[in-house]
Design a protein around this ligand. Structure first.
Ligand code: IMP
Ligand code: MG
Length: 431
């Protein structure tokens, strides 16, 4: 029998971020108590509305300061392996993970309130997107204020360009990316798109690659500070003026981490075999207008005709079925080889490895090349991964959270806003 619990779980948990929902719930209380929806028909003057806004602003700020302090306490717990007890935050939000930096949430709220007029709203309470953007701003402030940003990694689809599209020369994201390189920040594009040859990545990223190649301002070292980590963690290319398509493939033995080097080819094949069978079953049971696509490090389903949209529910069901099947299979159960099943918007893929490995490879690649003496890896607090997929199931950027700080954007335009905010803060720090 399908219990209510299972229905709730299947329908909701994988589509919610518990930390964001929890903060939203805290902010809903002052919203209910202090916003004055009756103000519009009771003829309250502008001064009374200003007062209401100031009161809401003060209460929201206080709450975010309290959460900020709770995160500080959580970090203290995290740094004290002797302490067997969970932090208060862990008790309140059991899914909370590690933090690489403290988060100046109060300051970030004030910044976003100036942009989004959150405290001025009388009918619409602080939303998921408000909280997500406050967390992003806090993270950007933290990586620039408490330390130095050394590595920025970016997802591809939805983050740098629209889903399934390419980074064209007119894209507004190119200038801020070049600006980051000019400030000696390393860039990794950590995408699920898995291609074995440079021409395919050039087709997706040519706007950026051409702009770097032709930039009169970037030094050769800055130009070489871009790498592409494709297939989550399977194919590495470095920018190279001398190579066709400006991309030089790097042999696996040059960049695999010691743990990755232990992944056995037979385990990889059996994970993909199990996934392929489960995906094939989903095509049949859900009557999906899709075909299988098997690659050497991934297997997926894509629409049988590019003009077809597969229903979101079918994509999510497929991800959850494949994920569960793999977890219960002997290939997946021992997790000798990590995998990542995710909903790509109009396709589902299971990749070998995941973005935590992809970002780790970037941290090691640039750490070994450019870090100071003794530094062999760029640390999590000096790394920022920007992506659009941060739900805990069926999303591939989520895994990057375990190795660095992250920002959760919802469109390429938001990535541009985020990078502008970042440039602003880095500029202020320099001056
Ligand atoms: P991302 O958003 O940059 O991580 O790219 C995800 C998209 O890349 C997926 O939705 C697929 O459409 C596409 N893709 C192409 N090849 C692969 C692959 O081998 N594995 C996963 N996704 C792939
Ligand atoms: Mg994406």
């Amino acid at each position: 029998m399908t219990t209510r619990y299972r229905v709730e779980y299947a329908l909701k948990t994988h589509r919610r971020d518990q930390f964001i929902e929890w903060i939203k719930g805290l902010l809903a209380v002052p919203f209910v108590l202090y916003s004055q929806p009756n103000g519009i028909f009771e003829g309250q003057g502008l001064s009374s509305l200003t007062k209401t806004r100031e009161e809401a602003h003060r209460r929201y700020s206080e709450i975010l300061r309290d959460v900020e302090l709770m995160i500080d306490d959580h970090i203290a717990h995290q740094n004290d392996p002797e302490n067997p007890f969970p932090s208060k935050l862990k008790l309140l939000v059991p899914t909370i993970g590690p933090f690489f930096t403290r988060l100046p949430l109060e300051a970030a709220f004030k910044y976003q309130d100036r942009k989004r007029y959150i405290s001025s709203r009388r009918f619409v309470s602080p939303s998921f997107n408000d909280v997500r953007l406050i967390l992003n701003s806090a993270q950007i402030m933290a990586v620039t204020t408490y330390g130095t940003l050394q590595l920025a990694t970016f997802d591809g689809d939805v983050t740098l360009y629209d889903d399934g599209q390419s980074l064209e020369p007119a894209s507004p994201v190119i200038a801020p990316l070049l600006d980051l390189l000019s400030k000696n920040v390393k860039i990794g594009i950590v995408t699920a798109a898995g291609y074995t040859t440079a021409d395919r990545y050039y087709a997706r990223l040519h706007g950026l690659l051409d702009a770097i190649a032709n930039s009169p301002d970037l030094t050769p070292t800055q130009k070489a500070s871009l790498i592409i980590m494709g297939g989550e963690a399977n194919y590495l290319f470095e920018f190279s003026l001398a190579s066709p398509y400006y991309l030089a493939p790097v042999a696996r033995e040059k960049w695999l981490t010691p743990e990755m080097a232990l992944w056995d080819e037979r385990d990889i094949v059996s994970v993909l075999d199990v996934a392929e069978e489960a995906l094939g079953d989903c095509i049949k049971t859900l009557n999906l207008p899709a075909v299988l696509m098997r690659k050497d490090r991934a297997v997926g389903i894509i629409p049988s005709d590019p003009s077809i949209r597969i229903p979101r529910e079918s994509l999510e069901e497929t991800v959850l079925v494949v994920q569960k099947t793999l977890e219960l299979s002997s290939a997946g159960r021992h997790r000798r080889v990590p995998f990542c099943a995710f909903n790509g918007g109009n396709d589902v893929f299971v990749d070998i490895g995941d973005k935590s490995w992809g970002v780790t490879v970037c941290q090691r690649w640039f750490g070994a090349a450019g870090g100071g003496p003794g530094s062999k890896i760029i640390r999590g607090e000096n790394t920022l991964h920007v992506g659009d997929q941060f739900l805990s199931a069926g999303a591939n950027d989520f895994r990057a959270r375990s190795v660095g700080t992250t920002a959760w954007i919802a469109s390429p335009a938001e990535t541009v806003d985020l990078l502008d905010e970042l440039a602003d803060l880095m500029g202020k720090k320099l001056s």
